[in-house]
Design a protein around this ligand. Structure first.
Ligand SMILES: Nc1nc2c(ncn2[C@@H]2O[C@H](COP(=O)(O)OP(=O)(O)OP(=O)(O)O)[C@@H](O)[C@H]2O)c(=O)[nH]1
Length: 527
């Protein structure tokens, strides 16, 4: 554009006669263009400059190659010279431009080009050399063959190691590897460029390409919450229902079968109280009659629902407190930090301002893990150095959350076994310190329970409840456990609210606890 502007503004004197020569050259060039237009223009062909040595091999109508009108009966086919001089001096492609077999050109970064040149320089001279295009015969190739041959040639020339050997024009063995060429496929190149390689069959073969089959992939319908819960509790329920079915096959309901059933239910962690409820209900309905596995499942589901319904409660947030403080406690590895992350996602997703406090000052990884959850959920984060006083951190966090006008402050604590008295004393201290800022704080004390633990969870609740005043439970890892029945025993014994259940490690894998769904899933009912 600048040049044309300069040309328009300035005139240049030329010696007499040059103007006519210019006009003649322009005319000749336009004739060449016109001749080549319906076919291929030489400069548009994938291979750039053709060395003068090769020019006689271009089929022309005669005359000097540099300014003649080239007449071809076929599309022009550049022939790569066999001359080593041509290989060395004439770049096969424009600098900084990479050719693909199909698409013409793809820019190569300067770095790639430099790296390629460096590899080429360092390539020992005695490495096998792929003959020039056309297998060294110098014969003209079809455009497809030409393109592939060049792909192969350049891969070896610039020292690129294709992920698999590239085919040569004749389908001959790859000179560099000695392996036969693959038929078709993608040759990948350094820098992430993939080159589609068309299959070239050896002489004597022909092929017809079948139209690609249309495969319609129907994505699986997302599972409903109940289906996910059922899948998670499948091990719990199948173990139980399998044994129940075996127990009642060809047997009437009598004292003996009732006793055996009670044992099965207790072994399934449901607890003595719930086991007796179930057998009592079954006995009053079916005593002396035939009983099927389905009868037992239906009655079991009904009785378990009665036990769970009073504890299936929502987590009530009192947003008059700014913030509402939730202290999360539990044995190590029960899922405290993960559950905090899931809760934070729900709350900040609902537009509440959430702060997470890393009160687990024992493990650097726990602090880091909570920070990641805070970042992920758009929550504020407060932490302290490893080994610092957890109660002090809780106090600072409460003050800061007040200043920031956070809606909810969730405080993580170090996992501790219920029999470690010094750690349990520290937990008591955290609760005490929070109470100095607000006598009602912490407003919720959440205990996480690992569903795979079984009976030990009953004792965990007992002790944490006494020390930290647990006000509600979240049971985690209900995906895939055979011991999901323990939640029924805990509900029957402690009667503490169960707010949520965890069914996986993902941010969305926390669901409000629903008594009937849970009961039906344990009893193996399908809906
Ligand atoms: N399958 C499954 N894994 C879970 C669930 N909840 C937590 N986890 C995993 O359980 C492991 C322990 O979880 P954490 O959140 O670190 O447990 P924690 O109680 O904070 O652990 P400590 O800091 O050691 O006390 C992690 O690998 C979690 O991804 C769940 O509902 N299902």
């Amino acid at each position: 554009m600048a040049l044309s502007f300069i040309k328009r503004v300035f005139t240049f004197d030329k010696p007499a006669g040059e103007a006519e020569q210019d006009a003649l050259r322009r005319h000749e060039a336009s004739v060449v263009d016109a001749e080549l237009e319906p076919k291929s223009r030489l400069e548009d062909l994938p291979v750039a400059p053709v060395d003068p040595v090769s020019l006689p091999e271009i089929e022309t109508a005669g005359g000097p190659a540099d300014d003649a009108v080239i007449e071809t009966s076929e599309p022009l086919r550049p022939v790569v010279a066999e001359s080593p001089l041509a290989e060395e001096e004439a770049p096969a492609i424009l600098p900084g431009v990479e050719e693909t077999a199909e698409l013409g050109v793809v820019p190569l970064s300067l770095l790639q080009a430099e790296a390629a040149a460096e590899v080429e320089e360092n390539t020992p001279p005695d490495l096998p050399v792929i003959p020039p295009t056309g297998g060294g015969t110098g014969k003209a190739l079809t455009p497809g063959q030409q393109s592939q041959a060049e792909t192969s040639e350049r891969a070896s020339t610039i020292g690129e190691s294709a992920s698999h050997p590239l085919p040569t024009a004749d389908g001959a063995e790859d000179g560099a590897t000695g392996l036969p060429p693959p038929v078709g496929g993608m040759a990948s190149r350094p820098g992430g460029v993939s080159v589609p390689v068309e299959p070239v069959l050896p002489k004597g073969f022909s092929t017809a390409r079948a139209a690609p089959e249309t495969v319609t992939i129907v994505p699986p319908a997302p599972l409903s919450w109940f289906q996910r819960l059922r899948a998670g509790l499948a091990r719990t329920s199948s173990q139980l229902t399998g044994q129940i079915t075996a127990l009642f096959t060809k047997r009437k309901l009598d004292d003996e079968t009732l006793e055996e059933l009670e044992d099965l239910l207790i072994q399934a962690d449901l607890g003595v109280e719930t086991a007796m409820r179930i057998t009592g209900a079954l006995s009053s309905e079916r005593y002396g009659k035939d009983v099927s596995g389905d009868d037992v499942s239906r009655i079991m589901s009904g009785e378990i629902t009665k036990v769970l319904a009073p504890v299936a409660k929502p987590l009530a947030l009192d947003l008059n407190h700014k913030p509402h403080v939730i202290l999360v406690v539990g044995v190590n590895g029960t899922g405290k930090t993960t559950t905090i992350g899931k809760l934070a996602a729900k709350l900040s997703g609902a537009g509440l301002k959430v702060m997470l406090a890393a009160g687990d000052t024992f493990r650097a990884a726990a602090i880091e893990q909570l920070k990641i959850w805070a970042d992920r959920t758009g929550s504020q984060f407060i932490g302290t150095k490893l080994g610092a006083d957890a109660a002090g951190l809780a106090y600072d966090a409460f003050e800061q959350a007040r200043e920031n006008k956070s809606d909810v402050l969730i405080i993580d604590t170090a996992g501790r076994l219920q029999n470690r008295t010094e750690l349990m004393a520290e937990l008591e201290k955290i609760v005490r310190v929070l109470g100095k800022l607000d006598p009602d704080a912490p407003h919720t004390v959440l205990q996480t329970l690992d569903a795979t633990t079984g009976q030990n969870a009953l004792q965990q609740v007992e002790i944490f409840r006494n020390v930290a005043g647990v006000s509600g439970l979240i049971m985690t890892k209900l995906d895939g456990t055979a011991r999901g029945g323990i939640l029924v025993a805990i509900a029957a014994k402690h009667k503490l609210p169960v707010y949520f259940i965890g069914v996986g490690e993902g941010v969305d894998d926390l669901e409000p606890f629903e008594a009937e769904d849970f009961a039906r899933a344990i009893a193996g009912l399908t809906h």
